[in-house]
Ligand binder design. Structure first.
Ligand code: GTP
Length: 371
């Protein structure tokens, strides 16, 4: 089964089709060449004065991240000093383990020297992209490798051509920065594992907290709606008891797969634990959340898992929905959605519905107003 983490679901696509210069860097000889090239480089970025990338989306959903370069002092026209301060450069690119911050630092130095207008970083296997600045006509692309490890590709763009000399100097800087990029990629990989539910591949509670807090703050600040769905499988214990845990596990995976298919790429689907899932819906008010809950419930009702004896086991869920109010914490939003889920389960039991028959989807915001 392949269920992608949110991180790999959204890319910042670029429409680049021009031929690009490519260079592998980071071999030992390239490293030593880099040092000699750097001796000729003239880079000296002023702290905080130039072309800093800004993370405009949560770093926990890197797939949706965009780095916008914000020129704070306009393009630099001053002559750079005679020599590059390699210590400052290395300090800057190694100051953080966050990939976007490493790329920020790198691009800040590159901008001081080469005044590129935009850049794009493509992670290995095209897993995600980070971009900054604006698209410009002349582009140069480097495949980054270090001791044989693919570190992705960095593309720089500017209005005028990159000379041979520029290219060599950029290569030199990239060779120096490559270990920092490698460490940041490893860090990002570890972080993603920490935020992933190992069984289903969905996000886990940690992912929900990190992304949810970010979206909650964003929603309050910009008065954008944010809704949450809490899903719980119906009579899942009976499924486990009757057909065994492996079948139960496959059902959990099927639910995850269906959630990823039915929800928008901007939504976050997580498995909280056991048979409980949460879908966080940015830019979504109560009616749309209710629609989404119904869509999910109906889609799951059409799914089944086949046992070894050929028996089809269907899937039934109850769903509670709630929409954020500006005075609510993320926990409170969850509590409201969970209360709505409880109402849905109660209604199912009152109706005497058997397992996997249609539950009622309760809408949290209505429950909240009654309180
Ligand atoms: N197969 C499998 N089962 C799990 C896993 N984690 C928890 N469970 C089981 O999921 C079941 C959860 O049952 P409950 O939610 O308490 O109850 P339920 O039977 O779904 O009843 P209602 O929620 O009232 O419909 C328990 O039997 C757990 O043992 C897992 O990773 N795999």
């Amino acid at each position: 089964m392949s269920v992608e983490m949110p991180v790999s679901r959204r890319f910042v696509r670029s429409s680049v089709s021009e031929p690009s210069f490519q260079a592998a860097i980071g071999q030992n000889d390239a490293q030593s060449k880099a040092w000699s090239q750097l001796a000729q480089l003239s880079l000296y970025p002023e702290h905080g004065s130039s072309f800093r990338g800004r993370h405009v989306s949560s770093h926990h959903q890197i797939d949706s991240a965009r780095l916008a370069l914000v020129p704070t002092a306009g393009p630099s026209r001053r002559q750079p000093p005679e020599t590059i301060d390699t210590v400052r450069f290395l300090q800057a690119v190694t100051a953080s383990l966050e990939l976007d911050e490493v790329l920020d630092a790198l691009n800040e130095f590159l901008h001081q020297a080469f005044e590129h207008g935009g850049w794009e970083y493509r992670a290995p296997n095209d897993e995600f992209r980070l971009t900054g600045g604006r698209s410009e006509r002349h582009r140069i692309e480097y495949n980054l490798t270090l001791n044989g490890q693919d570190l992705g590709a960095l593309k720089l763009m500017r209005g005028r051509r990159f000379s041979e000399d520029d290219q060599q100097r950029i290569e030199g800087l990239l060779a120096l920065a490559a270990p920092a990029v490698q460490n940041a990629l490893r860090f990002s990989h570890v972080n993603r594992q920490l935020e992933r539910d190992p069984l289903t591949g969905l996000g886990n509670r940690r992912a929900l907290t990190l992304q949810g807090e970010y979206w909650r703050a964003d929603s309050v600040r910009h008065h954008h709606p944010l809704s949450m769905l809490v899903l719980d499988l119906d009579r899942f214990k009976a499924v486990n008891d009757t057909y065994g845990h492996p079948v139960g596990d496959r059902i959990l995976c099927k639910v995850a797969e269906t959630l990823m298919t039915v929800t928008r790429t901007a939504d976050l689907c997580v498995r909280l634990g056991g048979d409980e899932f949460v879908v966080l819906l940015p830019e979504t008010g109560p009616e749309a959340a209710q629609d989404c809950a119904e869509r999910i419930r109906c889609a799951l009702e059409r799914q089944f898992v086949e046992t070894e004896s050929g028996r089809r086991v269907g899937i039934s869920v109850s769903i509670g929905a709630a929409t954020l109010r500006s005075d609510m914490s993320l926990d409170q939003l969850y509590q409201h959605a969970d209360a709505a889920l409880y109402v849905a389960k109660q209604a199912r039991d009152t109706d005497n519905a058997g397992p996997r028959t249609a539950p009622i989807t309760a809408c949290g915001h209505r429950t909240i107003r009654k309180e």
